[in-house]
Ligand binder design. Structure first.
Ligand code: SF4
Ligand code: SF4
Length: 382
C-alpha cells in the first residue's frame, strides 16, 4: 500500500462520510485536559470545510489543531466510519503545508547535528554519527533523530548497551529516519514511506533478528503508520525492554536511596506498549523506591511539550500537573524516558523552580547509567 493513497482515501472519507458524532473531538486528551467547552460538530464542520477547499480553519477547529500534542491518545476511540482519529490533524497539517510555495523544502534536522557536535567530544560524536555494522550479531540499535539534540542521553544508552556486552549494529539517527521528522509529520506521506523503507531495508540487510529503538516516537510511528505498508520480519522493541531483559548482567555500585516517580512517554503508554519494562528496571536499582502518579499507564498525562509554542497555557498546565502528582507521592526525582519529555520537563523545572518545588528531573538512561557509576552530566545544564 502507498501511504499517500491511504491519506488521500482517508481525507475523502472524512469529507464525504463523517457523521459528526464528535467522538474524535470529545475523546481528545488535550481537549479534555483543557476543560474547554468546544462544540464537536463545529470542529468537524470547520475541518471538513477546510479540507474541501476552504482557505482557513475556523476558530473551533483551530483550537483542536493547535492543541494536538500528537500523543496517540485517540487511537483507541471508535470512529463509526473507521477513520484513524489522529490522522485528522495530520490531514489538516498536510493541506496547510501543500498550500505553501515549496511545501517539502523544510530542513529535516535544523539543529540536531550542530547540537550533537557541540555537546559531545569528537570521539563521542564519531561514535553516534557513523554506521557500525555487525551483521553476525542479529541485533540492530537505532536512536532516531531527536535525541541528537541531547547526545548525553544517547551516549548513556550506548554505555548501558556496552555493559550488557552483546554485539549490535548501530544505525546513526541523522542518516536514517523512521519517517516522523518534520517533513513526515507535516504530511509528506511519500517521504515518510520512503524513509521508513530505507531504514528497515538496511536493518534487514544487516541481518536483524531484533531491532532496538531508543525513541518512542519511532516505535509509535512503526505501529501506527509504517505497519500500513511494511511489516518487519524481525522483532522490534524499546531500549527499556531490552535493558529489562538483561538486568541480570548489570550492576549498580553507585546506586543510592531515592524516591522516584516515573513519567512515561504518552505515545507508547496510550498504545499500551512497554508499560512494565522501565518500571522493572527502576525497581531493580537498589535503593530506588518507585511511586506511581495519579495518572499512569494507559491513563497517563502527556508532558505537553508539543503544544508549548501553539498552546502555552495548556502545556504549562500539563507540566504543573505532572510536578504536582510526583510531589504528592513524595518523589525526589521525576524520571522520564523520552528525550523530548525530558527537555520540556527539565527546562520547566529550571525556569520555574517554584512549580517543581525541589523535584529533580532526570532521564531514564542517565538515572540507570549513574547508578552503574557511569552517568554523564545532563547537557541541558551546560
Ligand atoms: S493525538 Fe492526542 S492531542 Fe492529538 S487529537 Fe489525538 S488525543 Fe488529541
Ligand atoms: S469520530 Fe469519525 S464520524 Fe465521528 S466526528 Fe470524528 S471523523 Fe466523524
Amino acid at each position: 500500500m502507498k501511504l499517500a493513497d491511504y491519506y488521500e482515501d482517508s481525507a475523502n472519507r472524512l469529507i464525504n462520510d463523517c457523521i459528526r458524532c464528535g467522538s474524535c473531538v470529545t475523546g481528545c486528551r488535550a481537549v479534555a485536559f483543557s476543560g474547554k467547552d468546544i462544540d464537536p460538530v463545529a470542529v468537524q464542520d470547520e475541518i471538513i470545510n477546510f479540507l474541501r477547499g476552504g482557505n482557513e480553519l475556523g476558530p473551533a477547529a483551530q483550537f483542536k489543531f493547535k492543541s494536538c500534542m500528537r500523543c496517540y491518545g485517540c487511537l483507541d476511540l471508535r470512529c463509526p466510519i473507521g477513520l484513524n482519529p489522529m490522522l485528522i490533524v495530520e490531514l489538516v497539517a498536510r493541506k496547510m503545508q501543500l498550500a505553501k510555495e515549496n511545501p517539502w523544502s523544510m530542513p529535516l534536522y535544523p539543529v540536531h547535528a550542530a547540537l550533537a557536535e557541540k555537546r559531545s567530544s569528537a570521539a563521542e560524536y564519531a561514535r553516534i554519527s557513523e554506521l557500525s555494522p555487525k551483521p553476525e550479531s542479529g541485533l540492530v540499535f537505532f536512536p532516531g533523530c531527536n535525541v541528537y539534540k541531547q547526545p548525553d542521553k544517547l551516549l548513556n544508552a550506548l554505555d548501558i548497551l556496552d555493559a550488557i556486552g552483546k554485539d549490535y549494529s548501530f544505525l546513526p539517527g541523522l542518516a536514517y529516519c523512521c519517517g516522523a521528522s518534520a517533513r513526515g509529520n507535516s504530511g509528506d506521506a511519500a517521504w515518510l514511506q520512503e524513509s521508513a523503507e530505507k531504514l528497515f531495508g538496511l536493518a534487514e540487510e544487516l541481518g536483524a533478528k531484533r531491532m532496538v529503538f531508543w525513541c518512542h516516537t519511532c516505535l509509535s510511528v512503526l505501529y501506527n503508520q509504517v505497519k500500513l505498508f511494511y511489516r518487519p520480519p524481525f522483532e522490534c522493541l524499546s531500549f527499556s525492554a531490552y535493558v529489562a531483559e538483561n538486568l541480570d548482567v548489570l550492576e549498580f555500585p553507585a546506586a543510592r536511596p531515592c524516591r522516584v516517580a516515573f513519567h512515561e512517554p504518552c505515545k507508547n503508554a496510550y498504545m499500551g506498549l512497554d508499560l512494565e519494562s522501565p518500571r522493572k528496571v527502576l525497581r531493580a536499582i537498589p535503593g530506588t523506591e518507585l511511586v506511581e502518579m495519579e495518572h499512569e499507564g494507559r491513563n497517563t498525562l502527556c508532558c505537553g511539550g508539543r503544544a508549548t509554542g501553539s498552546m502555552p497555557d495548556l502545556a504549562r498546565g500539563l507540566v504543573d500537573a505532572r510536578f504536582a502528582e510526583a510531589k504528592a507521592g513524595g518523589a525526589q526525582v521525576l524520571v522520564d524516558l523520552c528525550h523530548n519529555c525530558h527537555e520540556f520537563l527539565f527546562s520547566a523545572a529550571r525556569a520555574r523552580p517554584e512549580a517543581a518545588s525541589g523535584l529533580a528531573v532526570e532521564n531514564f538512561a542517565g538515572y540507570v547509567a549513574r547508578a552503574m557509576g557511569r552517568g554523564r552530566e545532563d547537557c541541558l545544564v551546560l
